[in-house]
Design a protein around this ligand. Structure first.
Ligand SMILES: Cc1ncc(COP(=O)(O)O)c(C=O)c1O
Length: 384
């Protein structure tokens, strides 16, 4: 069965051109970029090119890019660095809807004596900047707020947030794992100090990411050892991954317009048809500014897992807003923070598209989904 892949916020297909770019760096050009000989030197040149390509997508300088293993590492490195470089400051601000890469770290840090503020969101997943203004003070070491939410696609007003944070002298980090490659970013004109991205969300392989660190921002490495990455991230470089990420960033820059026209058009068509054909449906975060590829739809009175299983039988891959925690099906922390009613949060499905999604894929989803919801509602005592 050919898959219809609508789970691109979980991970993406490696672009064939990205794969071709990285392929020689396994069995042929396997030198260590730190080596003095020509064989390592030619790999170093490609790593430099990848750094330039990654920087270009962000509107950053090449020396502001530190390659990491994933988005989680970037988030951890940024927050820990900010705490180590301002040891007198003991307060961290984040939001209730962050990815666990940030939220779990902050909650662990609270057990070590740091004061944590988790900002709330409204019913559409939007932040209240007045709450941020009240929270940030001279004790705040770092504010870590995601650029765009992985579940709903809601985009936060990052530059307005940055202006508030900078006013109090705190470091501003953003988890931009879902934003990079989907919306234009420009670090040159930004208030962001650090930004984490992840290769596997933008058609590079898993196991490679990058952390942008603004020139002049004090930095302490998370991994210590050798002098790789200008002593900002020790460990022999994942050269093939870095080269792949560079190529993926170059391609993402070329496809940015398409994300915001063709991909967004498909997303809007999907939502429009769902709302037209299926009763008792709402789009989570639908009134907020959102990523062009993401749609989180709540189907009242049905179980998200049941929808996913029946979609999967038809070859359709999506994801639910629920996480199976300790045997009980808890609705996602994001939808709970938004105050989405229990009956909707449980039946929430995320469709996330990419430039590889086709109109034919959408036709199939739009054809298969309504009878699945109807079937499940017919079985549910509440749905009838
Ligand atoms: C918003 C966000 N942050 C961080 C991560 C973690 O990225 P990685 O899987 O590269 O560690 C993800 C992955 O789903 C994400 O969506």
């Amino acid at each position: 069965m050919k898959e219809i892949y609508a789970d691109n916020n979980a991970t993406t297909k490696v672009d064939e051109a990205v794969f071709e770019e990285m392929r020689p760096y396994f069995c042929e050009l396997y030198g260590n970029p730190s080596s003095m000989h020509f064989f390592g030197g030619q790999v170093q040149k490609k790593v430099d090119e990848a750094r330039m390509r990654t920087a270009e997508l962000l509107g950053a300088l090449p020396e502001e890019i530190v390659f990491t293993s994933c988005g989680t590492e970037g988030d951890n490195a940024a927050i820990r660095s900010a705490l180590e470089t301002s040891p007198e400051r003991r307060h961290i601000i984040t939001t209730r809807v962050e990815h666990p890469a940030v939220l779990t770290l902050c909650r662990n840090l609270s057990k070590k004596g740091y004061r944590i503020t988790e900002l709330s969101v409204d019913g559409e997943g939007r932040l209240d900047l007045e709450e941020l203004k009240r929270a940030v003070d001279e004790d705040t070491a770092v504010v870590s707020i995601m650029y765009a939410n992985n579940e709903t696609g809601v985009v936060f007003p990052i530059e307005e947030i940055g202006a508030i944070v900078k006013d109090k002298g705190a470091v501003f980090h953003t988890d931009a794992v879902q934003a990079v490659g989907k919306i234009p970013l420009d670090m040159a004109s930004s208030t962001i100090d650090m930004l984490a991205l992840s290769g596997h969300k933008l058609h590079a392989p898993k196991g490679i990411g990058a952390l942008y660190v603004r020139k002049g921002t004090p930095f302490r490495p998370f991994l210590v050892g050798g002098h790789q990455e200008r002593s900002r991230r020790a460990g022999t470089e994942n050269t093939a991954g870095i080269i792949a990420l560079g190529k993926a960033c170059q391609l993402a820059a070329c496809h940015l317009d398409e994300e915001n026209t063709r991909v967004k058009g498909m997303r809007d068509r999907l939502e429009g048809e769902i709302l037209r054909q299926i009763p008792k449906v709402r789009v989570n975060g639908g009134a907020a500014r959102r990523l062009p590829n993401t749609s989180s739809v709540a189907f009242e009175f049905v179980e998200g897992e049941a929808i996913l299983l029946l979609l999967s039988e038809k070859g359709i891959c999506a994801s639910s807003g629920s996480a199976c925690t300790s045997g009980s099906l808890e609705p996602s922390h994001v939808l709970r923070a938004m105050g989405v009613p229990f009956t909707c949060a449980h039946g929430s499905i995320r469709f996330s598209l990419s430039r590889f999604t086709t109109d034919a894929d959408l036709d199939t989803i739009i054809r298969e989904l309504p009878p699945i919801i109807q079937r499940l509602r017919d079985m549910s005592p509440f749905g009838r």
